[in-house]
Design a protein around this ligand. Structure first.
Ligand code: NAD
Length: 267
């Protein structure tokens, strides 16, 4: 039995991850963590998730309280919380599946220094089909070359707090790699005012925020007379949650180190 703690358990992803853990063969939900002061603290995890009896007890506000009984922590929360939870996992030797996006460079460095001491799957997008798109975009960029303008457009629900999405950045990095460019040197975020003619090597990034969109990403390659759109559309959060559960099964048997969803799908 693989024992799982979900942090951010009352969040949009957390609730679904907890439910899939309870349903999953060979998985046991043993704890749920929320932010200090959150209204779910102290309520039974089973009630929050709408499940029958679980061994998860009540929602707590400190991962240290429940990590002792866990093999894997799943973290889809906020950058500072995930950095802190990675440090706790490293101290306790507990594996980690982390999907939080929007970390600063400093947060990412701190997160990585903890996470590499344990087995950790960290991915901006846990969807299986999106991980296929990552490969396709890099390959398309390599084949199409400098004649095609690259633009990345993403759409998410109105509650998303970071932009552009971690997935859009990963797609743009893949296109840049395929074109032998450094994304940092060529990325243009949105356009406004008298920006002048498009430079040939720039990669445009655009973020839409509306309603309840779970995640929509397109990469356009435009040239004279045609454009190619490679698009992924997440119809529900299960696109990510099912992949994260797959990562739980992978990480529990993995050697210490940092892995991404590509490793999970290959393994
Ligand atoms: P959400 O706001 O619905 O949920 C986040 C939860 O984390 C909230 O309930 C919040 O209270 C909780 N939280 C904040 N600080 C905490 C702390 N210190 N300890 C415990 N819990 C804490 O957001 P969401 O839509 O579920 O997304 C969460 C994160 O996952 C975001 O960064 C989002 O971009 C990312 N995400 C990643 C993927 C992927 O495939 N990698 C998919 C969807 C969302």
């Amino acid at each position: 039995m693989t024992r799982v703690v979900v942090t951010g358990i009352a969040g949009r992803m957390g609730l679904r991850l907890a439910a899939l853990t309870i349903e999953g063969d060979g998985l046991e939900l043993v704890g749920g963590v929320e932010a200090p002061g959150h209204e779910a603290i102290g309520s039974p995890v089973s009630e929050l998730v709408g499940a029958g009896d679980t061994s998860a007890g009540d929602v707590v506000d400190d991962l240290e309280e429940v990590i002792g009984g866990a093999d894997v922590v799943i973290a889809f929360t906020a950058p500072s919380a995930t950095v802190e939870h990675a440090a706790i996992c490293a101290r306790q030797g507990c594996a980690l599946v982390a999907g939080t996006t929007g970390m600063s460079a400093e947060q990412l460095a701190e997160f990585t220094s903890s996470a590499k001491q344990i087995a950790c799957v960290f991915a901006p997008n846990f969807s299986t089909a999106m991980n296929v798109l990552f490969k396709l975009v890099e390959e398309a960029a390599r084949i199409l070359g400098d004649d095609y303008d690259v633009e990345v457009v993403e759409a998410h629900h109105r509650h998303k707090v970071d932009a552009p999405s971690g997935t859009a950045l990963r797609l743009a990095e893949g296109a840049a790699r395929g074109l032998d460019r450094n994304l940092k040197d060529v990325v243009v975020h949105g356009r406004e005012g008298a920006v002048g003619e498009r430079t040939r090597k720039e990669i445009g990034m655009h973020a839409l925020r509306m309603g309840d969109v779970a995640g929509d990403h397109s990469v356009f390659f435009g040239a004279s007379g045609e454009y190619l759109e490679l698009r992924h559309h997440a119809t529900s959060r299960d696109a990510f949650a099912v992949g994260a559960i797959r990562a739980v099964r992978f990480v529990v048997g993995a050697e210490p180190g940092m892995y991404d969803m590509g490793d999970v799908l290959a393994g």
